[in-house]
Design a protein around this ligand. Structure first.
Ligand code: AMP
Length: 307
């Protein structure tokens, strides 16, 4: 398999998800799963993670069929990471019911030789100590982005703060940005993050899209308004997968590239929410993505008219 151009460390999980219409256990999930299925459509992607000996061969096959490089996926004795969440009746708010780290509790990531020179790195939502450990093993990282969530902002704040000067972009939800920084406005939160060492903040706002703050630009990327929303689980990781893969493909981080990449991330995420778990996302190809990008151009374009 081709050496990856992008490596992601994060969770590979079995999720228990309850929506107003469906309730399923042991659905394939995890931050690295959603991210890599999305990013592999654009660039060869390698995964660093651990699963338990209960991980089903069909799920490994599914990832491989999407060209995800699994050289960095370890199998350990024990159970795969499990997460459970329940959505409110409008599929907007989500409550975490449980987070069982299982094999992740003792995971010591070791990068395969073929991953070490990778230029683009994504530290998906997982223990910041594991994110740090993976980054240290990268010999020539060119651009590094990181995602996190409340579980780690509260549980591993010091480790997360140590990471900020070492990364180029931080992805997080608006409420997580407020929790991390103590501010109540997104520009203030982004400035706090920049002052703590990370120049780019990508703030996700669920169905309202994302705002990207960088030194020279602020870009608002609304979500694509779709009719058949089934399950938003993984949409944030999928958005990140599309966005970081687009940056890796463009091989530049200009304000224009960030705008293009955020639009790609948005269109990629629009596939994720159209099924329970990642199955709709696994159907995404370049052609389908290009169609959504055309829709997106139309959605966000307005004519300049003299008033
Ligand atoms: P998202 O909907 O983008 O926030 O991502 C949800 C995915 O993140 C699910 O598939 C979970 O398995 C995974 N996840 C939830 N909590 C954690 C956590 N604390 N650490 C790592 N991954 C998690």
């Amino acid at each position: 398999m081709t050496a990856p151009n992008l490596v992601v460390v994060g969770s590979v999980a079995y999720d228990s998800i309850k929506t107003p219409t469906q309730d399923e256990k042991d659905v394939l999930g995890g931050s690295a799963t959603y991210f890599s299925i999305a990013s592999s459509v654009l660039v060869p992607t390698g995964v660093v993670a651990v699963v338990g000996d209960d991980f089903k061969p069909q799920h490994r096959t599914l990832l491989e069929s999407r060209n995800v490089n699994l050289d960095g996926l370890e199998t350990a004795t024990g159970e795969t990471f499990r997460w459970g969440g329940v959505y409110d009746k409008h599929l907007k708010d989500r409550e975490t019911l449980f987070t069982n780290l299982n094999v992740f509790a003792d995971f010591q990531p070791k990068l395969p030789e073929s991953y070490k020179n990778v230029p683009y790195v994504f530290l998906a939502n997982i223990d910041p100590d594991l994110q740090n450990a993976v980054l240290q093993q990268c010999t020539a990282p060119k651009w590094v982005a990181c995602d996190t969530m409340n579980f780690w902002i509260h549980g591993k704040r010091e480790s997360l703060l140590r990471l900020l000067p070492k990364i180029d972009a931080l992805f997080l939800n608006d409420s997580e940005a407020f929790d991390l920084t103590g501010y109540r406005s997104l520009p203030d939160a982004a400035q706090w993050i920049a002052d703590h060492g990370t120049p780019i903040s990508v703030i996700k706002k669920g169905e309202h899209g994302a705002i990207i703050f960088s030194k020279d630009d602020v870009y608002a990327a609304p979500a694509l308004p779709l009719r058949n929303v089934i399950d938003p689980t993984g949409a944030g990781d999928t958005f990140a997968g599309g966005m970081v893969a687009a940056i890796a493909r463009l091989d530049q981080v200009t304000p224009e590239a960030l705008r293009m990449a955020a639009s790609v991330g948005t269109c990629t995420a629009s596939f994720c929410i159209q099924s329970f778990g990642p199955s709709a996302l696994t159907q995404m190809n370049r052609e389908g993505l290009n169609e959504r990008l055309e829709m997106y151009k139309n959605l966000t374009r307005f004519p300049e008219m003299t008033l």
